[in-house]
Design a protein around this ligand. Structure first.
Ligand SMILES: Cc1cc2nc3c(=O)[nH]c(=O)nc-3n(C[C@H](O)[C@H](O)[C@H](O)COP(=O)(O)OP(=O)(O)OC[C@H]3O[C@@H](n4cnc5c(N)ncnc54)[C@H](O)[C@@H]3O)c2cc1C
Length: 338
């Protein structure tokens, strides 16, 4: 008990998620002199697992790891407390100012006047036999993290969006041969990524086809295909990379009683306010920015939220619904996965 008490800390703003949305919000919050903590297991969020970023203004080309470090260093230098933990529960104080109290996985308590949910999304699974069984033993959702384990080995990547094609490009630097399996004829990825992968010698595209099972005995040794390819209904591969988009985990939004849409995206108004009082949301997990889920849009939403948080906390007469309440009637968005 004494230990838990000692661990309790208090801030104006608790930011859950240390990706671009959370860290950008922190930079602005610090400028507004709001004490803030950014709580998240990975500094930089998804950016830290991205191979190359070439479309974020000011950086013609930069590795995800370097950009993630720049983001977290910036937030830290401006005053953020970075807490590398996961938030597992949230509760609103019934008395006093109605602060939110967050609990982390090590039972640390974080009390704050306002909360920003910047928890991003989680990788989608293809949902076929063998996928869960071989996760971490040949099945991967992170090319940057795992490509080097497949040096001179044949691998397959599933997906047709930017993440899949950029991942494919990175994999060609390691794998003996790479199969790109995509269920459609055309790619959603930017043409530049498709062209760069096509220019590689060690790639085969298998389009309008799907992986239906991950095969192996102890570790992956192949995948089954929906349609035969060159007369064979399976591919011999040692690694299976899955890059078919991502969806938010609704657990925390539900803990805050913040309304979400059918795809688990948090419903927000123009100021990034959710339906739960003094809870804002920003980044890939929200319905804003036309669901264009990028570093630039995530940081923009975080910045907008921080500005509104500052205004709201500094106006004693402010009501939650003043800036337009979020209702369940907010249109449900379509979730495109690959
Ligand atoms: C492979 C790949 C390549 C990409 N390439 C580009 C690119 O080149 N350019 C570009 O603009 N965008 C790119 N993106 C998209 C970009 O990374 C995201 O749009 C951006 O990171 C979203 O930022 P975010 O802060 O909303 O969420 P995230 O970056 O997902 O960060 C959210 C963080 O919240 C944490 N979190 C979740 N739940 C909790 C909890 N309960 N407690 C504490 N923390 C929690 C997560 O662990 C995560 O670290 C890429 C994405 C991927 C997957």
């Amino acid at each position: 008990m004494a230990d838990a008490k000692k661990k309790e800390s208090k801030y104006d703003l608790a930011i859950i998620g240390a990706g671009p949305a959370g860290l950008a919000a922190s930079v602005y919050a610090s400028r507004y002199k709001l004490s803030n903590a950014v709580i998240g297991p990975e500094l930089g969020g998804y950016v830290s697992t991205t191979h190359l970023v070439e479309d974020y203004l000011g950086f013609e080309t930069i590795t995800g790891m370097d950009l993630a470090e720049k983001f977290s260093e910036h937030a830290k230098k401006f005053g953020a407390e970075l807490i590398q933990e996961q938030v597992s529960a949230a509760e609103r104080q019934a008395n006093g100012r109605g602060d939110w109290v967050l609990t982390t996985w090590t039972d640390r308590k974080i009390r704050a006047r306002a909360v920003l949910l910047a928890t991003g999304t989680k990788h989608n699974k293809i949902g076929v036999p063998g996928e869960d069984k071989f996760e971490g033993r040949g099945v991967s959702y992170c090319v940057t993290c795992d490509a080097a384990f497949f040096k001179e080995k044949p691998v397959v990547i599933v997906g047709g969006g930017d993440s899949a094609l950029k991942g494919a490009l990175h994999l060609t630097e390691f794998a003996s041969h790479l199969y790109v399996v995509h269920r459609r004829k055309d790619f959603r990825a930017e043409p530049t990524w498709v062209d760069r992968v096509k220019a590689k010698q060690n790639v085969t595209f298998i389009l309008e086809n799907e992986v239906t099972e991950v095969l192996g005995d102890g570790k992956v040794d192949g995948v089954k295909l929906k349609q035969p390819f060159k007369g064979k209904d399976s591919l011999n591969v040692d690694g299976v990379f899955i890059e078919i988009g991502s969806t938010p985990d609704p657990t925390l939004a539900n803990a805050f009683k913040a309304n979400i849409d059918d795809g688990n995206f948090v419903l927000v108004n123009d100021c990034q306010r959710t339906s739960a009082e003094r809870v804002w949301a920003a980044g890939d997990n929200t319905t804003n920015s036309a669901m264009f889920r990028q570093i630039g849009t995530a940081s923009a939403e975080g910045s907008v939220a921080a500005g509104d948080i500052y205004e709201h906390l500094n106006d004693p007469k402010a009501k939650w619904a003043d800036k337009g309440a979020v209702s369940e009637s907010t249109p449900v968005q379509t979730v495109v996965t690959d």
